[in-house]
Design a protein around this ligand. Structure first.
Ligand code: MG
Length: 160
């Protein structure tokens, strides 16, 4: 049986995961509107992944005899910047999520709930990947932007 305190904390995380899912979905619609079909696909998959995280946490609460409570979700932004700015936001958001998961581990530890700590380690590991993945995309986009500047520079160098 899971303690009330831990159940409440995981329920809050479920809401945060669903909010993240909506955030990425909104980003995917924005990217679609701006004509980036590849990034749209990536972002939709990211949204689906966050939705799966929420479901995994909900199933875990149920398996421990707890009750899942879905809360209302705050609105997400609908307007974003360039692809580079968007993926920087993704990276920052994933870093915030990592901190939230760490705090959940702290609650599970304080409640001396070993099973929940074990369950959460999977998410701790997953966040390492999430951060690395977003950071790699930021790097790729940064390099792509510099490549564009190099092309312009070369053309300007051809002035007669
Ligand atoms: Mg997540």
């Amino acid at each position: 049986m899971i303690t009330d305190k831990l159940q409440k904390a995981i329920n809050e995380q479920i809401t945060a995961e669903l909010w993240s899912s909506n955030l990425y979905l909104a980003m995917s619609f924005f990217l679609a509107r701006k004509g980036y079909p590849g990034m749209t696909v990536w972002m939709k998959k990211q949204a689906a992944e966050e939705h799966r995280h929420a479901c995994r946490m909900a199933e875990y609460i149920i398996s421990r005899g707890g009750v899942v409570k879905l809360d209302k979700l705050d609105v997400v932004p609908n307007d974003f910047g360039t692809p580079l700015e968007i993926f920087k936001q993704v990276y920052d958001h994933e870093c915030r999520v990592s901190k939230m998961i760490d705090m959940l581990v702290d609650v599970a530890s304080a409640e001396k709930d070993h099973a929940t700590q074990d369950f959460l380690w999977g998410f701790v590991r997953e966040q390492v990947e999430e951060e690395a993945q977003a950071s790699n995309i930021v790097d790729m986009l940064t390099h792509a932007e510099s490549a564009g500047v190099c092309v312009v520079d070369e053309r300007l160098g051809q002035r007669i």
